[in-house]
Each structure stands twice: as structure tokens, then as C-alpha cells.
Write a protein that binds this ligand. Structure first.
Ligand code: TMP
Length: 209
């Protein structure tokens, strides 16, 4: 069996980490092995690229440079972690994927259609079976963020930038409603978990799991 590929999207304070742990438990309860990775990051090479991308000192970074480094980190993650785990029949949960580049680089940085084109090469055309977008108003998210890691280089962008990012996600939700599920992340952890479980149940039913 080919495994499943599930990705999570959402800004600071949306509760992504907590919900990823719950998704892992959901599949573990079914006796299915789960591999967890993140973007930018995952394998050591991609984690090194993450440091460059999120370093608040890198104020000179050009938008195209940024987009290509995200794609480079992704190419390594796909080939070193995601595809091998899927070939072993596992469920792969990835914290962010191409949709982040569409939202932040195509919409936020206003780079447009080149972002999707570059990422087709980076991923070899791999697309998630399901993407959960934990949508929260950027200001509310900021207030709820744990603050344990401090803002990264992108977090420091303007409110206008983050509004464009959110519009980017909304546009993906509109064009790919089957794969890309918007979940209102302003509720409680339990409410969000319930909505995600409904999406997972539907996915498993459709795959006969
Ligand atoms: P994280 O803190 O959720 O790991 O996200 C890292 C930051 O990188 C976050 O501000 C979103 C940003 N990002 C992009 O701009 N483009 C991308 O393709 C990815 C994966 C993340």
C-alpha cells in the first residue's frame, strides 16, 4: 500500500503542534506507523536551510532567493523523508508544505505563478492527500502564540503581508476544496480536534482504511 501524505498549514498561535500530536495518536490507534517532518526543515540539510531562512538578521534576503531556498529545503525533505516513508506504507504528517510557499511567497511576497512552477520541480509533482488549514486572524494568533521561540524573520513582516498570506490560503481553499480543508482555529483545542477528526474519518473512509 502507498502511504498517506497529510500536511498542516496555519500561522502562529493556531495550535498546529498540538493538533499534529493528536493526528499522530489518531493513526497510532489504528496501528498505522506515522512519520513526522516539517518545512522548512526535516532532514539535516533542510534544517540548515531553515536556519538561514528564519534568521532575523538576514534582512537583505531577496524574495526570489527566499522562495528558492524554501523550495530547495522542500526538494530534500520530499526525497529523503516523505517519499521513502510513503513507500513503506506509512502516514507522513508534514508541518507546512507547498501551500505555505503559495501563501507566503506567491501572495505575501507577490511573486505570482513562478512559485507553483518552481515547486512542481521541487516536489516532483507530489501533492498531499489532505491538507488542514488552521485559520486564525493573524492578530489573534499572535496574542495566543506561546512565545517560547520568539518571532522568526517572516513573523516580523507587516500586517498587510500577513493579510495577503491569509488571502492566499483562502484562494487555495476555494480552488481545491476536496484536498484543502479550512478549519476555524479560534475555538478551543477540543473543538479544533473534533473538526480535524471528522476530516481524518472522511479521508480514511475514502481510502478504505
Ligand atoms: P514554522 O514556524 O511554522 O515552522 O514556519 C516557519 C516560517 O516560514 C513561517 O513564518 C512561515 C514561513 N514559510 C514560508 O514563508 N514559506 C514556506 O514555504 C514555508 C514552508 C514556510
Amino acid at each position: 500500500m502507498r502511504g498517506l501524505f497529510i500536511t498542516l498549514e496555519g500561522g502562529d498561535g493556531a495550535g498546529k503542534s498540538t493538533q499534529i500530536r493528536n493526528i499522530e495518536k489518531y493513526f497510532a490507534a489504528k496501528g498505522i506507523k506515522v512519520t513526522h517532518t516539517r518545512e522548512p526543515g526535516g532532514p539535516p540539510i533542510s534544517e540548515k536551510l531553515r536556519e538561514i531562512l528564519l534568521d532575523t538578521g538576514n534582512t537583505e534576503m531577496d524574495a526570489v532567493t527566499e522562495m528558492l531556498i524554501y523550495a530547495a529545503a522542500r526538494a530534500q525533505n520530499v526525497r529523503e523523508i516523505v517519499l521513502p516513508a510513503m513507500e513503506r506504507g506509512e502516514v507522513v504528517i508534514c508541518d507546512r508544505f507547498v501551500d505555505s510557499s503559495i501563501a507566503y511567497q506567491a501572495f505575501g511576497r507577490e511573486l505570482g505563478s513562478m512559485v507553483a512552477e518552481v515547486n512542481r520541480h521541487a516536489t516532483g509533482g507530489l501533492s498531499p492527500d489532505l491538507t488542514i488549514w488552521l485559520d486564525i486572524d493573524p492578530e489573534k494568533g499572535k496574542a495566543r502564540a506561546s512565545g517560547d521561540k520568539g518571532p522568526d524573520r517572516l513573523d516580523l513582516e507587516s500586517t498587510a503581508f500577513h493579510s495577503r498570506v491569509r488571502r492566499g490560503y483562502a484562494s487555495i481553499a476555494e480552488s481545491e476544496p476536496e484536498r484543502f480543508k479550512r478549519i476555524d482555529a479560534s475555538g478551543t483545542i477540543e473543538e479544533i480536534q473534533g473538526l480535524i477528526t471528522d476530516c481524518l474519518d472522511e479521508l480514511c473512509r475514502s481510502k478504505g482504511i
